[in-house]
Design a protein around this ligand. Structure first.
Ligand code: B12
Length: 443
């Protein structure tokens, strides 16, 4: 046994690294991964960008991003105890695109839009066991007794950076990893292992990646980011179809309703609908709220407008559990206030309704905040009863946003019922921030 927990079985002719890498890719495909590429572990190529992004206070409430700075830069250091050092990084991707959101749903302000990655069950819980399976497959081949590191969004690994270097896709100006064949509707994951697996050149793991292969032609991977970059004088999305990058296209940057992009490849989460509706526990800045429209959990706008997401190649079957549930695509905003389905108002009803759903991350109070914003943007008096309930919610976060929404209804319709609900609430309210929201709504 070596310090890395490897036995000599790895050295037997049948266990040459080449074979093992190919077997790993095949097994990943059997498990349902759409892409699997293997790299030697090195330094993350855009770690400097990440650090300056942090230094610019972009992380906001996502304090987990500020931890483990050195390991984020050097994933080989993630090995604990006997497990390491990690020598290979397996980068995996799962395609989650099912259908484009029908305009009738998207443009209906009485419905709340949920980002498409959350239409089914929580992908972390679906993918994590598959990563363990992949690691166990490798262990069964090499006799390793220590565990690899299996991460899906759950560790200090710059997943997009590695996906780019591995050749899973290129980094778009919207920051997303874009596979020229499957678009950007991909979830990423990584497994770090101590075995030295050879770098697997682009492998077609689904019928869809055949055209990705064509796009890759002529781009020999040299281990650097530049392999995907367009010549400076190349132009437009048409050029992009040939070369696998964004060209001069800036649709994502200009479509963002909250102007969250500081520039290409650079998102400021503190202006991003996704950040505010999923990650943040704080009140949403007032000036941003009107731009959220009816998006209540995450946002897909910068992907929906991307030309790479228009010509999607044939897809492989979705992983079990990712399939859209009809009631998690664009639920009617008022449904969760009904006495028989009070999931925005009642913790237990919320937990039951969103069991296994990514929406649990925002918590009920965060979701009610988001729904109040959408109700305010709808501005329809039929929301009055629901907003009155939210105005008396146990969470100050919900009460303050309910006040804002009622203020919108007053502004649009001069509604007496809304104004008197606000005035009554002001008399009883003790939270300073909520009081300021009510006062602003009445002003
Ligand atoms: C924090 C986080 C967020 C934050 C911040 C996002 C951001 N753009 O920084 C918020 C909450 C806003 C968010 C939103 C979303 N997220 Co998110 N998020 C993460 C998380 C946990 C960390 C990302 C991070 O470190 N951000 C900091 C910035 C600086 O890093 P980055 O965007 O990853 O960019 C790196 C590289 O792309 C690289 N880079 C590569 N090429 C180039 C070229 C140039 C010129 C430059 C400057 C940089 C650069 O630089 C960066 C540093 O390495 C990752 C999981 C993970 N561990 O990586 C998921 C992850 C990035 N998110 C994901 C998803 C699906 C989303 C949403 C689509 C969800 C939704 N529908 O609402 C949106 C997309 C928003 C967007 N356009 O980025 C997927 C992305 C898959 C993909 N195809 O790209 C990931 C990988 C999760 C997963 N396991 O699948 N997310």
């Amino acid at each position: 046994m070596t310090s890395a927990g490897l036995t000599s079985r790895q050295d037997s002719p049948a266990r040459q690294p080449d074979d093992l890498a190919a077997a790993v890719v095949r097994h990943a495909r059997r498990l349902g991964f759409d892409r699997c590429r293997i790299l030697p572990v090195g330094a993350a190529p855009h770690a400097d960008f990440f650090d300056s992004w942090l230094a610019a206070d972009r992380a906001g409430e996502m304090s987990y991003l500020t931890r483990h700075a050195t390991k984020r830069r050097r994933p080989d250091l993630l090995a604990e105890g006997e497990a390491g050092p990690f020598r290979s990084l397996i980068v995996l991707a799962v395609d989650y695109h099912q259908f484009d959101l029908p305009p009738a749903l998207r443009d209906d302000p009485s419905r709340g839009l949920i980002a498409s990655y959350a239409w089914g069950d929580d992908y972390h819980e679906i993918i994590r066991p598959l990563l363990y399976d992949l690691d166990s497959f490798i262990r069964s081949r090499t006799g390793r007794t220590t565990l690899g590191k299996c991460l899906v969004d759950t560790g200090p690994v710059l997943e997009r950076d590695w996906a780019h270097v591995a050749g899973i896709g290129f980094t778009g100006k919207n920051c997303c990893t874009i596979d020229p064949a499957a678009g950007s509707w991909l979830l990423l994951a990584t497994v770090l292992v101590p075995e030295t697996l050879t770098y697997a050149p682009p492998v077609a793991t689904t019928p869809g990646s055949v055209s990705a292969q064509a796009v890759l032609e002529g781009l020999s991977w040299d281990g650097s980011y530049g392999a995907w970059e367009l010549p400076a004088d190349d132009a437009g999305p048409d050029a992009a179809t040939r070369t696998g990058a964004c060209g001069r296209c800036t649709r994502c940057l200009s479509a963002c309703p909250t102007r969250a992009f500081v520039g290409p490849y650079h998102l400021d989460p503190q202006r991003c609908i996704s950040y505010w509706t999923i990650e943040a526990r704080q009140p949403v800045p007032r000036d941003l709220r009107p731009h959220f429209g009816n998006r209540i959990f995450g946002c897909d706008i910068c992907q929906e407008v991307c030309p790479w997401n228009r010509r999607l190649a044939q897809r492989s079957p979705l992983l079990d559990g990712l399939h859209a549930r009809a009631d998690r695509i664009a639920p009617p905003l008022l449904e969760g206030f009904a006495p028989e389905t009070p999931y925005w108002l009642d913790e237990q009803a919320f937990r039951q309704k969103f069991r296994r759903s990514p929406l649990r991350r925002a918590k009920r109070s965060g979701m009610l905040r988001n729904v109040c914003i959408a109700l305010g943007n709808w501005g329809d008096p039929s929301a009055l009863l629901a907003l009155r309930s939210a105005l008396h919610d146990s969470a100050a976060l919900a009460r303050g946003h309910a006040a804002w929404a009622l203020g919108r209804i007053v502004a649009l319709h001069g509604h007496d019922g809304a104004a008197s609900a606000l005035a009554d609430a002001l008399e009883r309210e003790s939270d300073e921030w909520v009081r300021s929201e009510i006062a602003a709504a009445l002003a």
